[in-house]
Each structure stands twice: as C-alpha cells, then as structure tokens.
Design a protein around this ligand. Structure first.
Ligand code: PMP
Length: 351
C-alpha cells in the first residue's frame, strides 16, 4: 500500500528538541535571542476572531516588505512555510522525472531526503574548496547535469562560505537551476542576492528562522527570475503560510535594527568562542554562520565531548559518518551560555 520509494526512504532526522527546561540548547542553530518586541505586541493584539478566515494565499504584505529589503519587484519573491517547504517545492517545480537533484556533501542533510521524496536520483558531489567550486560539475563525470542543484552558502554543517565570484562561475557553468540556500547568510560578510536578480537559472532561498529569531513560526522565502517564482506559486498549497505567521513576520521585518543588533552580538560571541576553543586545542573552521564546526583535541572525541557537555546540561549536534563524525556543531548561544560551555570544557568532567 505504500510506494516503494517511500518504503525505502531514510527520513530526515531533525535535531533534538529536549523537553527538559534549564538545558543550554546549542544543537539546532536557533537564535539565542528573542524576536523583536514588535512581535510580542502583534501577538498580544492579534484578532483571534479572524482565525475563522483563510490567510492571504499570496503573502502580499510579506512580499512587499521583502521586496523593499532585497531591492526587487514583488513578482520575484515566493514565500513558504519555512525554507524546508520552499526547497521541497523546488524539487517538484524544476526537476524532470528522469533527471536528478545535486548537492555537495557534507551539506544540509535534508537535500538527499528531498531528492528521495521527489523519487529522483540524488547526486552528491564532494564539497569543493572555493577555488574548485566553478569546476565541481565538470569534474564529476555525470551523464546529465542535475536539473536542480542545492548549494548551502554559507554551508551547514561546515560553516564555510563561498565568495560570490566563485558562486557566479559555478552557476554560469550549470545549465540547471541553482538554488543557493542562504539560511545563514545574515551571519556572513556577503551574499549572492545579486546572482538571483541577474541570472536566469539562479534562485536564493532565505529563512526567518535564524537571524530573525523566528524558527517557531515557519517562514522561508525565495527570490529570483519571475518565471521560476511563478512555477512555485502554481504548485504550492493554496494557503501555505498561516495568518499568525504572516502577521508576526511582518512585525519582525518592520524592525530590522533588532535583527541586526542580535546578529552583531552573535558574530562577536562567535569570534570569542572560536578563539577560546582554539586555545583549548580544538580545531575550528572559520565560521560565516551562527555555529562553529569543530574537532576536540585528543584523547577527547566528538562523541565523548558531546556526552560530557550533555552531562552538564548542554546539547550540541553530532553527525555520525565518515565525513562528519569527528566534528561537533556548536550553535553560538548567548555570552552567558557560551561561558558555561567553556567552563565545562576547561574544567573537564566534574560530575
Ligand atoms: N537550509 C539550511 C542550510 C538549514 O540549516 C536549515 C535549518 N535546518 C534550513 C534550510 C531550514 O530552515 P527553515 O527553518 O526555514 O525550514
């Protein structure tokens, strides 16, 4: 009764959402700071009597606010129920049944799952260096290039960033759609918006889950050529973004200073955390995100360090497997949370 591709599907494993309070949660790259006070105001004044009505199917207000921020027409923006929904819709709008979805590895572990849900081949190429990025497809010896290629930039879980010029060259050499997933771009020095606004085959996807502190409301968006945006609108659920989410997101977007201030705090904490971890002998990638991708010093392993932190109420993320298993991914929390983490790592285990 169940389709073969679904029977065989290895579903995505979301990071743990522990039920215990008092935990220091540094495992799913949420923002450690609350959203703008304007959000609280909107929720307090929300007219619950209007919940009997469907929401705006086209997210008009959100698209107007985003259009002004991005500097593009309203028609070039698609809004979805978190960027995860937007990524999934892209596999339905842009990929033929006999084609494939491409992505680098390691990268966001949802990409292969989305290819499997769409029931097409997933093509995983080894994560190239910035210098090798433009040639990633040529070197791959594929019969046919994927109709859709996901590139997380900055990448997760490695926290690394491809400069725009290299991304442009990768996109130029790619006949299919390149979806640049900029979930973490607010924490980087640059982004690839310009590519989505000037190239025919490039779209950029962003989320309000990270920099805007709104993972709980589920709002993601994508911008790029109007014909690609129109294709997504044709296949989405009629009312894919609920009424409360639309109002909350609009309130947050009206207060970009709040987001920027939190972003700056996180970037400062990130610098301090990386420096202190390195002092303790950890190897850390230079991060362009709100998390650090790091390897503990021997004899500690990623597993033992994760377990030690857990005993002290700190949850971080470990991705088992040959390419990622020696690393931990630590979300940059508040300064206070990071102080506790560093204290535990410095003192060793004091059960
Ligand atoms: N892209 C990347 C690279 C991510 O790490 C995440 C967060 N898990 C997402 C997209 C999904 O974000 P959203 O909350 O908007 O679905």
């Amino acid at each position: 009764m169940i389709r073969k591709s679904v029977q065989n599907l290895e579903p995505y494993t979301p990071g743990e959402q522990p039920k215990i309070s008092n935990i220091i949660k540094l495992n799913t790259n949420e923002n450690a700071y609350p959203p703008s006070p304007r959000v609280a105001e909107v929720v307090r004044n929300f007219d619950f009597g209007r919940l009997n009505l469907y929401p705006d199917p086209l997210c008009t207000r959100i698209r107007e606010l985003l259009a002004a921020r991005i500097g593009c027409p309203f028609e070039n923006i698609f809004v979805g129920n978190g960027s995860d929904e937007v990524l999934r819709l892209a596999t339905y709008a842009f990929v033929e049944d006999d084609s494939s979805v491409g992505y680098f590895s390691p990268s966001y572990s949802l990409y292969p799952v989305l290819a499997a849900i769409r029931d097409v081949k997933g093509v995983a190429l080894p994560l190239p260096s910035s210098a090798d990025l433009p040639y990633a497809l040529e070197g791959a010896d594929l019969d046919k290039t994927p109709d859709l290629f996901f590139v997380a930039n900055p990448n997760a879980p490695t926290s690394t960033f491809y400069p725009r010029a290299q991304m442009r060259r990768f996109c130029e050499k790619n006949p299919g759609v390149v979806l640049i997933d900029e979930a973490y771009a607010a924490f980087a020095e640059d982004n690839c918006a310009e590519l989505a606004l000037t190239m025919q085959n490039v779209v950029v996807c962003r989320t309000m889950s990270k920099a805007w502190s709104l993972a709980g409301i589920r709002l993601g968006y994508l911008f790029g050529p109007a014909n690609l945006i129109e294709a997504l609108y044709k296949i989405k659920d009629s009312y894919n973004v609920n009424r409360l989410t639309q109002e909350v997101a609009a309130a947050a977007l009206s207060d970009p200073e709040w987001m920027t201030a939190n972003r700056n705090k996180i970037v400062a904490t990130r610098t301090r955390l990386a420096a202190e971890l390195r002092e303790l002998g950890w190897k850390c990638e230079d991060s362009a995100t709100n998390f650090i991708w790091c390897v503990p010093p021997e004899p500690e392993t990623a597993e033992t360090a994760k377990a030690k932190l857990r005993r002290h109420g700190i949850v971080v993320r470990h991705f088992p497997g040959p390419a990622t298993g020696d690393h931990l991914r630590i979300t940059v929390g508040t300064d206070k949370q990071i102080d506790v983490l560093l204290e535990v790592l410095k003192k060793g285990d004091m059960q």
